[in-house]
Design a protein around this ligand. Structure first.
Ligand SMILES: *[C@@H]1O[C@H](CO)[C@@H](O)[C@H](O)[C@H]1NC(C)=O
Ligand SMILES: *[C@@H]1O[C@H](CO)[C@@H](O)[C@H](O)[C@H]1NC(C)=O
Ligand SMILES: *[C@@H]1O[C@H](CO)[C@@H](O)[C@H](O)[C@H]1NC(C)=O
Length: 429
């Protein structure tokens, strides 16, 4: 029986020996020195914020990641790249580049190019075309004003970040050379006032961000071509209208974030086709109406955030169809009316947030307003106008663990009002 044990320790020893050698500089016996001003750790050379502003001409050949940020660079020290055959990531953020620098003929192994915080005003296909292995390009915080057709040559780009530029125009076809690879596209904080229809023919894209632009209206079929998209952010745009079918074609969407816009209603027209949606974030809009059948297409929704809106009534139809919803946030609205059965379609709800509304009579006069919520664990009712709690108020909430009734005007609590909640561990009055 001792043999297998010895075999294992032998394998472990081999692993340790071979695992250690590359850290000592591959096949070379002595690691090449790190030039002064830079610090080298393993495969990373940090030559950021050089005091005297002079970039070394040579770096150890083992380096795969190079940080040249904060150096006031305007041109790229091309010779440096020639000494780094294995370079895969280069960080050139916080310099003074006015265009995408020419990285020379040795840039073919580069997979990540970070050019954030420069003064780049144009995406030039000529410089990009030699980066045949590029997967991540960060052009955030520059002065780019438009993305023209032809800006991107065919590249295996997966992540394209262009936050905080001045982009107001996306020319038709501008992303089409990236269609077989792009996974993440960020265009937050730009000046887009509309999203041209079918501008994103990107079937593999998983995450698209368009927050802090100036899009007021989203037309039907705008996102057609994004079958693989899983999350979409369009916060803080001042969106007032979502036309019917605005999100049609997003067959794999899981998270839709539309906070801080000016939406006034939820309707099945704009939710059309969102069959796989799991989270919908609509807080900080001006929604006053949830149309009947609104949720017809969203049967997989697990989290719905409608807080900070202008809802005043929860109707019997308000949440019909949300059979797997687990979290419902409707705090900070103006809700004073809750119809009998408003929560009947929510058998899986675990957390209900109704804080800071105008609920007063409901709980006192209704026959168990929450009685259909068999699985509710958390109920937030603070900041309302509840004056008394009766035995019927919380019937059906046998699994409740947390109940917040603080900041109300409660003057009476009927005996046994909480007695059926055997699991209640936190009660705030
Ligand atoms: C890419 O790296 C390999 C080894 O890792 C090297 O042989 C090759 O010359 C490099 N190609 C370029 C274009 O630098
Ligand atoms: C795609 O790349 C090719 C080669 O660089 C270029 O000529 C063409 O204009 C690009 N197409 C678009 C739509 O960007
Ligand atoms: C959106 O709502 C905000 C605050 O409610 C308001 O100040 C702004 O004028 C509205 N914008 C549009 C485009 O309606």
């Amino acid at each position: 029986m001792p043999q297998p044990a010895r075999a294992v320790s032998f394998v472990l020893l081999v692993f340790l020996v071979t695992g250690v050698t590359p850290i000592n500089g591959g096949s070379e016996p002595v690691p090449e020195p790190c030039p002064s001003g830079c610090s080298c750790a393993g495969y990373l050379a940090d030559c950021s914020g050089l005091k005297h502003g002079r970039i070394a001409e040579r770096l150890p050949a083992r380096i795969t990641r190079l940080d040249l940020s904060h150096n006031k660079l305007r041109t790229f020290p091309e010779a440096l790249l020639a000494s780094l055959p294995q370079l895969s990531e280069i960080k050139l953020s916080n310099n003074e580049f006015e265009s995408i620098p020419d990285l020379g003929p040795n840039a073919g192994n580069l997979s990540s190019l970070i050019l954030a915080n420069n003064r780049i005003s144009r995406i030039s296909a000529e410089q990009l075309s030699s980066l045949v292995a590029l997967e991540t390009l960060d052009l955030s915080n520059n002065n780019i004003m438009e993305v023209r057709a032809g800006a991107f040559p065919p590249l295996p780009l997966k992540n394209l970040l262009m936050n905080n530029n001045r982009i107001s125009t996306l020319e038709h076809g501008c992303f089409s050379n990236l269609s077989s690879s792009l996974l993440v596209l960020k265009l937050n904080k730009n000046r887009l006032s509309s999203i041209p229809p079918k501008i994103f023919p990107l079937p593999h894209l998983q995450h698209l961000e368009l927050s802090r632009n100036r899009v007021r209206r989203i037309e039907g079929l705008t996102f057609q071509g994004l079958h693989g998209l899983r999350s979409l952010k369009i916060q803080r745009n001042g969106v007032t209208r979502l036309m019917d079918g605005a999100f049609w074609g997003l067959n794999n969407m899981e998270v839709l974030q539309l906070e801080y816009n000016n939406l006034t209603e939820v309707s099945k027209g704009w939710l059309y086709g969102l069959l796989t949606l799991q989270q919908l974030h609509l807080s900080h809009n001006t929604i006053s109406r949830i149309k009947p059948d609104a949720w017809e297409f969203c049967q997989k929704l697990a989290e719905l955030d409608l807080s900070w809106n202008q809802l005043s009534r929860l109707e019997e139809s308000s949440f019909v169809g949300l059979g797997v919803l687990e979290q419902l946030h409707i705090g900070n609205n103006r809700i004073s009316f809750i119809a009998d059965g408003a929560f009947r379609g929510l058998p899986n709800l675990q957390a209900l947030d109704l804080k800071y509304n105008e609920i007063s009579w409901t709980i006192e006069d209704m026959n168990g307003p929450f009685s259909a919520l068999d699985n509710l664990r958390k109920l937030f009712l603070q900041g309302n106008r509840i004056r008394s709690v009766t035995r019927k108020s919380f019937t059906g909430l046998d699994l409740l663990e947390q109940l917040d009734l603080s900041n109300n005007a409660i003057m009476s609590v009927q005996a046994n009002a909480f007695s059926q909640m055997k699991k209640l561990s936190e009660l705030y009055v």
